[in-house]
Design a protein around this ligand. Structure first.
Ligand SMILES: Nc1ncnc2c1ncn2[C@@H]1O[C@H](COP(=O)(O)OP(=O)(O)OP(=O)(O)O)[C@@H](O)[C@H]1O
Length: 161
């Protein structure tokens, strides 16, 4: 077993509570040393995060669809004059779907990195569960839209006609 693997197995996976705070800090600092690159400052962290969102937008059709539908939903929530609470619910629901999409993309990448183009039952379970998480968030978003957005939208449209 390599030095790195020994260290990881002995300390990095120990529950936080088993390590004194000073030791935990030191371990975390050392573990970051294994990253290929570490963001040197806050601006770089935001830039990398933006690159992740941009990658998902360019490569994931479902993410693009959810961005467009989410923008419409948030626009309607503000345009229809929903209460502050309802606007927050719509915004958080849209964010939940987009977050799930990003995590799904991240997990798919890690699975593909691990098993490459081989079939593995655990890879299938990981990807299916990840896709299931997106599906549940999307269903919740549809229910929130039907409950909070459709009634005032319908009222507005019926006044126009
Ligand atoms: N290495 C693998 N081993 C076993 N099953 C896999 C593997 N890769 C993909 N699958 C199966 O194929 C399905 C589709 O995988 P894929 O990587 O294309 O995700 P996807 O459907 O493109 O997801 P999304 O649309 O969110 O990008 C998975 O849900 C899983 O059931």
């Amino acid at each position: 077993m390599s030095h790195c693997a020994q260290w990881l197995s002995r300390e990095a996976y120990m529950p936080d509570t088993q390590l004194p705070p000073s030791r935990l800090e030191a371990n975390l600092a050392r573990s970051r040393g294994y990253a290929w690159r570490i963001a040197p400052n806050l601006f770089s962290s935001f830039r990398y995060a933006g690159m992740g969102v941009s990658y998902a937008f360019q490569t994931q059709r479902n993410f693009r669809i959810h961005v467009v539908l989410g923008a419409i939903a948030v626009g309607l929530a503000f345009g229809l004059g929903l209460s502050a609470t309802d606007r927050a619910i719509v915004t958080l629901t849209v964010a939940a779907v987009l977050v799930m999409e990003l995590l799904n993309t991240a997990l798919e990448s890690v699975v593909d990195l691990t098993v490459e183009q081989r079939y593995h039952e655990l890879a299938r379970i990981a990807k299916d569960c990840s896709a299931g998480a997106v599906l549940i968030a999307a269903i919740a978003a549809v229910l929130v839209a039907a409950t909070l957005l459709l009634p005032p939208l319908w009222l507005r449209l019926s006044l126009l006609w």
